[in-house]
Design a protein around this ligand. Structure first.
Ligand SMILES: NC(=O)C1=CN([C@@H]2O[C@H](COP(=O)(O)OP(=O)(O)OC[C@H]3O[C@@H](n4cnc5c(N)ncnc54)[C@H](O)[C@@H]3O)[C@@H](O)[C@H]2O)C=CC1
Ligand SMILES: O=C(O)C1=N[C@H](C(=O)O)C[C@H](O)C1
Length: 249
């Protein structure tokens, strides 16, 4: 058997981190060498080939920079990344050739396909809006997935020369029309009993297309996380979105 990939998990006590720990332990080609949570010394991850970060938006970027300095590839599921924080990681990686960082707002394969299908369809519909629905313990809104979806939709519409979705609203209670992400309206629902769900609504005169993805259990993210762990070392530099490992990018 070829050598196993040594893996460290950051945020290991969390909802995602604990699920990732079990997935890594169950994979024959991976070896769990460190589990870290808040307050632990990050140097414990330095012996890993790949670190997986499912922590909190406030710390994920500094974790990634420290891991790049240690020469460890990183698979990041934590949300909260903006263009500036991604640019800082890209710049840092330019000084560390060979190190790969994958940031993916959603590792569920169905969610990645939903985003890709929505971006393709969005050029052909007059109206499009995104609704994300999550458990009420989530700290950020709108979800990273919804922001990534809206950005991909906006890019596809711009490339196709499609204008903004029509909207006659002139009077509104603050927030009633959701957040504006690159010109696409995004609405966030928080409800006990939910895990992670997204709907993309596309409308034309006389028809509607709804693309919906549901993660009912956090195991849904594990095939994508393990794919990222196995492939991040062959993708030096920064990769944003699992779609690039699925030939959908
Ligand atoms: N990309 C994807 O497919 C998915 C991404 N997420 C994202 O993953 C992140 C984590 O989500 P959950 O597991 O639900 O949150 P959680 O709150 O259950 O877990 C976060 C964990 O990180 C730990 N932590 C905080 N600071 C830390 C530090 N400096 N070093 C190490 N650990 C630290 C916390 O103590 C906690 O155990 C969120 O940003 C969420 O949006 C969640 C599900 C899927
Ligand atoms: O916090 C969560 O739970 C999730 N976060 C990610 C996001 O913000 O998109 C991915 C998934 O939706 C679950």
């Amino acid at each position: 058997m070829s050598e196993r990939i040594k893996v460290a998990v950051l945020g290991a006590a969390g909802r995602m981190g604990s699920t990732v720990v079990r997935a890594v332990q169950g994979a024959d080609d991976l070896e769990l060498v460190a589990t870290l949570d808040a307050g632990d010394d990050l140097s414990a991850a330095a012996g890993a080939d790949v670190a997986i970060d499912f922590t909190v938006p406030a710390v994920t970027e500094s974790n990634v920079h420290a891991l790049i300095d240690a020469g460890v590839h990183v698979v990041v599921g934590t949300t909260g990344w903006d263009d500036e924080s991604k640019a800082r990681v890209r710049d840092h990686l330019a000084d560390r050739p060979g190190v790969g960082v994958l940031i993916a707002p959603n590792f569920a394969l169905g969610a990645v396909f939903a985003m890709a299908f929505a971006a393709r369809a969005a050029a052909w519909f007059e109206s499009v809006e995104v609704i994300e629905l999550h458990h009420p313990d989530k700290v950020d809104a709108p979800s990273g997935t919804a922001q990534h979806t809206a950005a991909a939709i906006a890019a596809a519409r711009t490339a196709a020369g499609v204008g903004p979705s029509p909207d006659a609203t002139t009077q509104e209670l603050d927030g009633a029309r959701g957040a504006d992400v690159d010109g696409v309206r995004v609405h966030a629902v928080r409800l006990r009993g939910l895990v992670a769900h997204e709907e993309i609504l596309l409308g034309n005169a006389g028809e509607q297309l709804t693309i919906r993805h549901d993660s009912f259990d956090r195991v849904s993210f594990m095939p994508g996380v393990l794919l990222g762990v196995r492939q991040v070392g062959s993708h030096p530099g920064l990769t944003v979105g699992l779609e690039h490992l699925l030939d959908l990018g």
